[in-house]
Design a protein around this ligand. Structure first.
Ligand code: C2E
Ligand code: MG
Ligand code: MG
Length: 766
């Protein structure tokens, strides 16, 4: 009998251990599975101790093993509670629970382990069976054993509480999941209590640990309560975004969820669903049935809704047809979202007409798809739009733009493309045969009185490019129309301009200059020419460095042909730095040849101040060639100074401090000459002779020139006049107090060698 018990105990241990291995290897790691793992392991150990305690020969060792078994017994029960908590997602049942249990279990364990010496908890004995095998058993339970049992039963009650509470609070379909565990634990505890009262020699109840271990393992990790999956699936389908209609082999509707019924307009009566299915079979599903899909539009609650419907057949494991289902996807909101996104990507937010990107895209398609049609690109620009914003406010500016946008949209019919390019620029791509200049002028002139109660007239400039190069980019076409706008002079009558041959050739020239610039720089095609500067006594000790492009095909090109283009593209700073270096190299050569009192004036483009650090570059060059900064005169135009006076005046002062001589170039050609004089501290004023020539009243101009010269003198500035072309001019200027002359009357700009041989340190007749 005892041997049978031990054998069963051994099998039970093996079984629980098997479950433990299964949990470790198969089940994904989470709180529940790990709590089960520890529970199984502790149950194994507990039963192992008990088995060993029965079987060992030595009384003392057996007594200790019984203590270990009882101590681990506590742990098993505690781990059962832990499992229940994890399984139900419950927190601590009593405050400071962990601490209380650790203290209680530790105290219990100490008492149990002292038992072989004290025998206060129980006493052990041994019996010999029919085969002569000695078995140990607990012969008598004493008072302290009740404490051990007390701890265990408290924990068991808490475990019941945790599971019971969950069962009462959880939705019906989940109750079974927790009840299964609770129900499987109950009889085990009951049997244990009963066996305890029978005072059997061996604790047969320990075998029921196998039942607890197995039921905990099975019900929480393997078993899904019957119906739970079906019910969950049912609810999933019922609340699905998609409509679903399941049809059995007889064509009867097994299930149609709410969305599907809304679609079939049959929220109550399922026959409508079947009617609908019949219709689909007749119209959409082919006679040789196979999966298919189609689109459908329906009015639901007064709104057109868009659906895609999918038909799918179902087969069992032996590939026998068992029915089919229809999946109804209402993609109205998705479509609307997509349409809104597309609208945002293709439309201008302010005016609501097409944006630049979409205009470029559609124009490209239009031109490419109709190779036999000629087109013209029309661009518009509001004259002084910034001013309108500044004076009348952004709101008026915005309203004006919306008005122009609506005119633009009205002008363009469905054979045209149109859009807003940038702030006040709009464009239309017209087929040539639809383009009418007068209509265009008439429509856009409607905004001229847009600002009421004001004399301010709004003018829209129109540039037209008759597309002759169809493969050019749309942006290039717009650039050409915009270029035409730039040629519109400031008159009220003229608001329209065409991109013509002149513009074309100037664009070509620009592109040529830009394209050839880098090579020209690297090949040293830019040369320094010097125009001598003559003192009133006729003596020459320096001149202005003026660039010449020694082009391999076109010969010597004057700067007027390329400086403007280089300024527009920002390449000018490269050329200027190069010219400054050539001038410094020349000055160094003269110094090395013993010519000390010589200078060169170099030009600084207004753009240089924005493109490079003029101070760093120029001072760097002077240091590099060990020059006296006085020998390099810097020509800065008055327009450059006045474009950003605060910064420029500070820079001029810094350059002067370093030792450079500053000349204000082209004085008199700008708008604010006298203003400049008031603020600036320069060394030389370079007066432009054009200033004198452009007026009809020569006498008056001469008086002004005289005044400017004497003003400059009183401000301690030297005066150079450039563009002196004849003797009368020279005589008058000398009389007016001009210090130095520069002009064709004395000399043209010449190469460095000619300057050296003909002019440097020589006298010419004044
Ligand atoms: P600028 O600095 O005012 O140079 C004087 C211009 O007047 C020179 O034209 C010169 O040849 C011209 N000139 C001199 N005397 C007379 C005269 O008696 N009558 C007439 N009609 N013209 C005269 P150029 O060399 O064609 O230079 C034109 C402009 O190009 C220069 O005006 C300057 O603004 C610019 N430039 C020339 N070289 C450079 C350079 O290396 N860098 C920069 N940034 N600009 C330069
Ligand atoms: Mg100059
Ligand atoms: Mg000048």
């Amino acid at each position: 009998m005892i041997l049978t018990f031990v054998t069963v105990l051994f099998i039970a241990v093996m079984f629980i251990f098997g479950c433990f291995i299964y949990v470790i290897r198969k089940i994904e790691k989470n709180d529940v599975s790990s709590s089960i793992k520890y529970l199984l392991l502790s149950a194994c150990v507990c039963m192992g101790f008990y088995g060993s305690a029965i079987l060992v020969r030595n009384d003392m060792i057996s007594s200790f093993l019984f203590s270990a078994y009882n101590a681990v017994d506590d742990i098993v029960i505690l781990l059962l509670l832990r499992f229940a908590k994890k399984f139900t997602g419950t927190g601590d049942v009593i405050k400071g629970e962990k601490k209380v249990f650790i203290i209680a279990t530790a105290t219990d364990a100490i008492i149990l382990f002292l038992n072989p010496l004290t025998e206060l908890t129980y006493t052990c004995d041994s019996i010999t069976d029919n085969f002569g095998i000695v078995f140990h058993y607990i012969s008598k339970f004493k008072f302290l054993y009740s404490c051990h049992l007390g701890i265990m039963y408290i924990v068991v009650i808490l475990t019941f509480g945790v599971l019971g509470r969950k069962i009462s609070s959880t939705p019906k379909i989940y109750k079974m999941k927790y009840a299964a565990v609770l129900i499987s634990i109950c009889p085990v505890i009951a049997v244990n209590a009963i066996l305890l009262n029978f005072e059997t020699k061996f604790d047969y109840s320990i075998l029921f640990y196998t039942v607890i271990a197995f039921s905990v393992f099975y019900f929480s990790l393997v078993y899904v309560p019957r119906g739970l999956m079906e019910r969950l699936l049912f609810f999933s389908v019922a609340n699905m975004r998609y409509g679903i209609i399941c049809i059995d082999i007889d064509g009867k509707c097994v299930h149609a969820n709410k969305t599907a019924r809304i679609y079939c307009d049959a929220e109550v009566d399922s026959e409508n669903v079947e009617e609908q299915v019949k219709k689909w079979y007749a119209e959409k599903v082919s006679s040789e049935p196979k999966d298919c899909s189609w689109q459908s539009v329906r009015r639901v609650d007064g709104k057109m809704r868009h659906y895609s419907i999918e038909y799918k057949q179902m087969f069992d494991n032996s590939f026998r047809y068992i029915g089919c289902f229809f999946l109804i996807d209402d993609h109205t909101e998705d479509d609307e979202k997509l349409a809104a996104e597309k609208y945002r990507a293709t439309h201008d937010t302010l005016t609501g007409i097409y944006n630049r990107e979409y205009f470029y895209e559609t124009s490209r398609k239009l031109i490419d798809s109709t190779p036999d049609t000629d087109y013209c690109m029309v661009c518009t620009d509001v004259k002084n739009f910034k001013l309108i914003n500044d004076i009348f406010g952004i709101a008026i500016g915005d309203r004006l733009l919306k008005e122009i946008a609506s005119i633009t949209a009205k002008l363009a019919d469905n054979k045209c493309t149109y859009g807003r390019l940038t702030s006040d620029r709009f464009a239309i791509c017209f087929p040539k045969n639809m383009f009418n200049e007068n209509t265009l002028l008439y429509e856009y002139s409607k905004v001229s009185n847009f600002i009421q109660n004001s004399v301010f007239k709004i003018r829209i400039h129109i540039g037209i490019y008759e597309i002759d190069q169809r493969d050019a980019g749309i942006s290039v076409m717009c650039d050409r129309a915009n270029l035409a706008i730039k040629t519109i002079k400031d008159s009220y009558q003229n608001v329209i301009a065409y991109y013509d041959n002149n513009l074309r050739s100037s664009v070509m020239k620009e592109q040529k200059v830009i394209g050839e610039f880098e090579t020209a720089m690297s090949m040293g095609q830019f040369l320094i020419y010097i125009q001598p500067q003559v003192s009133t006594g006729g003596y020459i000790r320096g001149g202005e460095a003026l660039v010449r492009w020694n082009h391999p095909d076109d010969g010597i090109i004057p700067p007027g042909k390329f400086i403007g283009i280089l300024e527009k593209t920002g390449l000018i700073s490269k050329l200027d730095a190069y010219m400054w270096e050539l001038s410094c190299i020349q000055l160094r050569k003269w110094l090395d040849a013993g010519m000390e009192d010589v200078y060169i004036s170099v030009n600084i483009s207004p753009k240089d101040f924005y493109l490079i650090d003029v101070y760093d570059v120029i001072t760097g060059l002077v240091k590099k060639y060990s020059l006296n900064p006085k020998s390099l005169h810097l020509e800065i135009t008055e327009t450059a100074v006045m474009s950003n006076p605060r910064q420029q005046l500070a820079l001029i002062n810094k350059l002067r401090k370093f030792g450079f001589l500053i000349e204000i170039d082209d004085f008199g050609s700008g708008y604010s000459s006298l203003n400049t004089l008031k603020d600036i501290t320069a060394d030389v004023l370079k007066i432009d002779m054009g200033f004198l020539e452009s007026t009809s009243n020569i006498e008056k101009s001469r008086t002004i020139l005289q005044m400017v010269i004497s003003l400059a003198k009183s401000l301690n500035m030297e005066v150079i006049t450039e563009g002196v072309e004849n003797k009368q001019q020279a005589d008058f200027l000398a009389e007016a107090g001009c210090d130095i002359f520069q002009g064709y009357h004395f000399a043209q700009p010449v190469s460095v060698s000619e300057f050296e041989s003909k002019y440097l340190f020589k006298c010419v007749e004044v």
